[in-house]
Design a protein around this ligand. Sequence first.
Ligand SMILES: [Mg+2]
Length: 174
Amino acid sequence: MLHLFCPDFCCASITDISVKWLKSHAVKTIILDVDNTLLPWDSNVPTAENVEWIKSLKNAGFRLILLSNNGGKRLEAICQTVDLPAISWAAKPLSLGFRRALHRLQLKKREEVLVIGDQIITDVLGAKQFGLKVLLVESLSQKEFIVTRLTRKIERAVIKKLTHKGLMPEGGEK
Ligand SMILES: [Mg+2]
């Protein structure tokens, strides 16, 4: 059971993830969480650095899609800024959103996909249940949706347990 909450990889932020590292792990497609992964929850604009990171990945031939439990005009604007498709109202950790993302990209090989997100209870659990590799980044902001603030408490307990068992992957640049 605990393995469903255990990320495969960890690092501080998305810009710590290099094209070289992704290629060495046979990643071809990235499913990217939005809030507190691509931009802070209370912001509408990704940083220039993050926009540049997405551009460099696209130029290197990776396919990316945003997957968010939110939606609406804010997500539409973010999609335009980074020029990426998105699945909104994904209901992570349920499989539905991940399934829709793979369907949108006409993708069958789950082993080529990497999910990137900042929450164990939604991103990691959802990806692992669906059989996808997942990388956990640190949350971009302490400001979060009220439900998220509650699930963070569970998350801290899970991380403590994973760390105690030596299961938590090493952080650092990729
Ligand atoms: Mg998030």
